[in-house]
Design a protein around this ligand. Structure first.
Ligand SMILES: *Cc1c(COP(=O)(O)O)cnc(C)c1O
Length: 393
């Protein structure tokens, strides 16, 4: 149900992959909390294993609740198939381990999730899979980083926490001429705002912990792509490494995804309002929000995203201590990493998420001591602003 081409995103997010008639007329999908499935005969078991008969075998390989989630996300991203994992990092590592061999080379956007960076370092140390950071802003610069053994271009856009936006059409065009796979971490934008597969990317990854779940109550990940790539990953990393999602977390995600469109609209609306207010405040030096017309990548954002998203960063006129003191003065907004929840969340990258990076390298990435990141939530924007304003006084 719901997969019919003409249904719009909001409808698919509620219906795709689930037919009440197949589940005793239950309106919401049941949680199939089972590790294994039974066969009537050995002959039937043999057919399931050989693939001659469709059906479930064991929940590491597939599970009915998880299958609904995978079908729904594949539909929302415009891909053929998906695999859900127990965390965003399980999805990232499945893709990077599953699609590379020893001595391959990966190009990645400057500014990637800290643990993805850690994984790349491990792949280099253990298996000689090298990586190069690239701005990915011009064809010449991308080409200059490509080697004979380049296998993957790995992108995050918008980039955390500077909110730079990478032109996906440009990267895909260059990558295609060289047969390089383009993988994108679409966590910040979600398929509601950006559909990289439709722009020619090969694989989309999410930390479903963030906007897809949307309520700060689960850790999960998912990857989506064309059948050939996803099937390959299914029979290798999913089956043999096995970092799969639990049926209960898949169920929570299905519930979260139903409201993704309405939540994203409100996240964007609130972020636009807060960005505009911050821009006009005397203590704020700079606001980084891709939905702001003055943002350096606003044009690229307009080309590939529906709106600017719910995340923004801002820089204070002042010092490290000033940034810390402003954040500490907040009354409503909790200090926390993670993002995409109903609650507005604030963090200070220089003390938290990016503290391990040497100060000079960090500054080079645009992450100064005065930079504060905000995941704008679903509260009334006036209340969010009131809290920020009193802290800035
Ligand atoms: C959180 C996050 C991850 C890691 O996801 P987990 O669910 O925490 O494992 C990867 N990429 C981005 C952009 C993230 O924000």
């Amino acid at each position: 149900m719901g997969k019919e081409k003409h249904y719009k995103f909001e409808t698919k997010a509620i219906h795709t992959g689930y037919d009440t008639k197949e589940h005793l007329d239950s309106l919401t999908p049941p949680i199939y909390q089972t590790s294994t499935f039974t066969f009537s005969t050995i002959q039937q078991g043999a057919k399931r294993f050989s693939g001659a008969e469709e059906g479930y075998i064991y929940s590491r390989l597939s599970n009915p609740t998880v299958s609904i989630l995978e079908e729904r996300m594949a539909d929302l991203e415009g891909g053929d198939k998906a695999i859900a994992f127990g965390s965003g990092m399980a999805a990232v590592s499945a893709a990077l381990i599953g699609l590379t061999r020893a001595s391959d080379h990966i190009i990645c956007s400057k500014g990637i999730y800290g643990c993805t960076f850690g994984l790349l370092q491990m792949l280099e140390e253990k298996y000689g899979i090298e990586h190069t950071f690239s701005d990915l802003t011009t064809e010449e610069e991308i080409v200059s980083n490509i080697r004979d053994n380049t296998k993957i271009i790995y992108i995050e856009t918008p980039i955390n926490p500077t909110m730079k936006v990478i032109d996906l059409e440009l990267v895909v065009r260059v990558a295609k001429t060289k047969g390089i796979l383009v993988i994108i971490d679409n966590t910040f934008a979600t398929p509601y705002l950006q559909k990289p597969l439709l722009l020619g990317c090969d694989l989309v990854i999410h930390s479903a912990t963030k906007y897809l779940g949307g309520h700060g109550d689960l850790i999960a990940g998912i990857l989506i792509g064309k059948k050939a790539i996803v099937d390959e990953l299914k029979k290798t990393v999913q089956k043999d490494i096995g970092g799969i999602i639990s049926p209960f977390d898949a169920w929570l995600l299905l519930r979260g995804i139903k409201t993704l469109a309405v939540r994203m609209d409100r996240h964007c609306e609130n972020a636009e309002k807060i960005a505009a207010k911050l821009k006009n405040h005397s203590r704020v030096k700079e606001v980084y929000y891709p939905g702001d017309k003055d943002h350096q990548d606003y044009k690229i954002m307009r080309k590939q995203m529906k709106r600017g998203g719910g995340l923004l960063s801002f820089e204070l006129n002042g010092s490290y201590e000033d940034a810390v003191s402003v954040v500490n003065k907040l009354k409503l907004i909790p200090i926390a990493v993670s993002l995409g929840d109903a609650e507005t969340l604030i963090q200070h990258p220089a003390s938290m998420t990016h503290a391990v990076i040497p100060e000079e390298v960090r500054k080079n990435m645009g992450i100064t001591n005065e930079l504060i990141r905000l995941s704008v939530g679903l509260e009334a924007w006036q209340d969010i602003w009131e809290d920020l304003e009193q802290a800035l006084e």
